[in-house]
Structures are given as C-alpha cells and as structure tokens.
Design a protein around this ligand. Structure first.
Ligand SMILES: Cc1cc2nc3c(=O)[nH]c(=O)nc-3n(C[C@H](O)[C@H](O)[C@H](O)COP(=O)(O)O)c2cc1C
Length: 368
C-alpha cells in the first residue's frame, strides 16, 4: 500500500510526497501591479515540503479579477514577479502550480475595468454571496457580488484565449504547471451548473453544451503548454457562491471527468465542500465513480489530514491529498504529520490582511 509520505510521479514531475498544499487566496499582492512580492516568495518557499503547492487564485486578465489584492498573470511585471517566487520555491526543492481563475459573477464591479458590470453564463445574481472588493472610498471590504451581465457567445472564446495566454505566462514565470479553477462557483462552474446556466446558445442547455466552455479552456491550455502540465479543480455538489443543486449533477460531472480523461491532463482536484457547509452532501459512492471516470491523478481536498488522507488513498478514492488551512498555519506540516507533532492553529482574522502577520510568521516546530 502506498504511503502519503512516499514519492509520486505526477506526469513528468516527481513529487516527494502525496501532500498537496491546497490553493488559498491570501490577498497579499498589495501593489499597483497586482504582482506577488518577496513575502509571497517566502510564504510558498517555507511550505516547499509539500509534494505539490497550488497557488491561491490568480487572475488571468483584468476583467477576471475577483478578490481584493489577488495577483495576476497578464502583464510582464506580474510574470517577472512570479519568476522570483518560483525561483525561491525551486531553490527549496518545491513544485508549484498556479491556479488560474476568472470569477465571473463572483467578482464585484469595483474589480472591473471602468466599473463595468460583472459577467457570467447568466444575468442571475448570487443575492447573498460576498466578494472581497473595494468600497466607495477605495478601502477593502466584503461586499455583495451584484448582478452580472450574460456573456455574448464570442466573448466566451475571448476568455478561452485569455486562459491559454495566462498558461503560457505561468510557464514563463517558472510555474511548473497550472490548475484551472473550475470549482467553487466561479466562471466555469457558472456554465456547468444546469440550474444557473440559462443560455440558449452552444454553451447552454445540454450537458455537452454546459461543459463546452470548460473543455474549450482545457483544449486551449493543452495546446499552449501541454497536457502533462495541466490540472483542473472541480466541486461537484458544491454550493459555495450560491450554486444551486441541479437535476443531472452527478451525470454532468461524470461526463466531464470522462472528457477530461480523453484529453490526458495530469490531474483533477476534487474540492469537497461537505466540511465547509451544512447544505452540501455528496453521495457516498460518488468519489469512487468520479475516480473511475477520470484515468489520471485525482486529488481530494476539504477537511483532510493524515488519517483520513491515507484512508482515501488506501480505498482508491484519490492519489494525492489536498490540505488547506493546516498548511497555511504550519509551514512544516508534512514533518509534523510524519512525527505526530502537534499543529499550530490557523488564525482566520489574518487570512486576507496585509503583511507577514498570519502569513510568513507561523513557526515551524523547530522555531518554537
Ligand atoms: C483563506 C482561504 C483561501 C482560499 N482560497 C482558495 C482559492 O484561491 N482557490 C480555491 O480553489 N480554494 C480556495 N480555498 C479553499 C481551499 O483550497 C480548501 O479547499 C478548503 O480550505 C478546504 O480544505 P481544508 O479543510 O484543508 O482547509 C481557500 C480556503 C481558505 C481557508
């Protein structure tokens, strides 16, 4: 049986263990370029003991921006800044993929060029969902997302092209690969969801049409950087950002998993939201069915640590285990789990604040 602490070959990349640092947006790109800085390089290099690091969400273009102080990958300054981050992570023996996002309606007008309205598969708003945005005086604040405009058909192709360019930029910036953020109620998820997507063009209606934007995005990034550098995050049954339940939800994601398998991308990252919220439940056999539909590597994330992570590997539900908050608070998480050392608690109050506090100042076991 394979241990979580043993190496794993993710396509052409050897990971030193099966722990993945889950993507976590930390709002630390606090400069006019929205570029990662030296503190971000330090944060990730401190956590290079993970087999794989996935960065927090990165905006693929200006109108993709979704969260205050989110870094981007659409200007040369940003690419150069990422190169500093990835160099430091590689110097510490780490492997790092960049999570690429377009937030769609989960953004906020204050993020949009000229305060234009947000966009989506639909013009239906998420009435009570929040975005970390900027208030009337330009200060960061948690604000209602607002009513989007439905994208025109040709704009969808434009966004597909922006994903391809951001993937090229990611590789130029030294990232080892990319993860498309198809989960948690952002733009791809807004298209996939049969209760939200009310389009009558080739991107709405049937399962085939609703997953078309995601598959076009995948085909474009595969063309740009090669399938063995690409993963995608999905959240079947996820309700975050007010994603409604829909009738053929199980079938939709199984069809998508099978199509992704044909394209030979290296992983699917299953964001399991059942431990975030009361209204989420996933049928017990579903992870296994999903796993059977996708032949590549499966990562599961959402409330995992050593024991349940090892169990997911032993039962064949997953190959790699994504861990979020415990990694945020424990730079040496893998060593702590290996030795059964106690863990630092995470501090929610500093998830999205400025500076090193709650970012790079969590102690390792040795520093205590
Ligand atoms: C501060 C914070 C930021 C997050 N940002 C992202 C993100 O940028 N992209 C994403 O896919 N998930 C994001 N998540 C969700 C995590 O990746 C993960 O799925 C979730 O925290 C559950 O895993 P855990 O129980 O191991 O923390 C974030 C979570 C936290 C706590």
């Amino acid at each position: 049986m394979s241990s979580l602490f043993e190496p794993y070959d993710l396509g052409p990349i050897r990971l030193k263990n099966r722990f993945v640092m889950s993507p976590m947006e930390r709002s630390r790109a606090r400069n006019p370029d929205w570029a990662p800085d030296a503190e971000t390089a330090r944060y990730f290099s401190q956590r290079a003991g993970a087999g794989l690091i996935v960065t927090g969400s990165i905006a693929i273009s200006a109108w993709a921006r979704t969260w205050a102080f989110e870094p981007g990958l659409y200007t040369q300054t940003q690419i150069d800044a990422w190169r500093q981050v990835t160099r430091e992570v590689h110097d510490h023996g780490g492997v790092i993929f960049g999570q690429l996002r377009h937030g769609g309606r989960a953004s906020h007008v204050s993020h949009q060029p000229n305060r234009q309205s947000t966009v989506s598969a639909t013009d239906k708003a998420a009435g009570k969902a929040i975005s970390m945005a900027f208030d009337a005086s330009g200060q960061p604040a948690f604000l209602w997302q607002g009513k989007p405009r439905a994208l025109r058909t040709e704009e969808v192709s434009q966004i597909v092209g922006e994903f391809a360019q951001a993937a090229r930029n990611a590789r130029e910036g030294g990232l080892d690969g990319i993860e498309i953020h198809g989960a948690n109620g952002y733009l791809h998820d807004q298209f996939i969801n049969g209760a939200l997507n009310d389009r009558d063009d080739r991107y709405g209606g049937s399962i085939e049409n609703r997953i078309r934007f995601t598959l076009e995005s995948i085909d474009a990034v595969v063309d740009a950087i090669g399938a063995d550098r690409i993963g995608i995050r999905l959240s079947p049954y996820g309700r975050y950002n007010e994603m409604p339940a829909f009738d053929d939800e199980a079938e939709t994601y199984l069809t998508l998993a099978a199509e992704l398998s044909k394209r030979g991308i290296v992983y699917v990252h299953f964001s399991d939201q059942t431990r975030w919220a009361d209204d989420v439940s996933i049928p017990t056999t579903y992870l296994r069915e999903f796993r059977n539909a996708f032949r590549g590597t499966v990562i599961v994330a959402g409330g995992y640590l050593k024991e349940n992570g090892q169990a997911a590997i032993d039962t064949g539900e997953a190959d790699l285990i994504g861990i979020g908050k415990p990694f945020l608070a424990n730079p040496d998480l893998v060593e702590r789990l290996r030795n059964d050392w106690p863990l630092n608690a995470w501090d929610e109050d500093t998830f999205y604040t400025a500076g090193p506090k709650g970012y790079t100042d969590y102690a390792t076991r040795e520093q205590r």
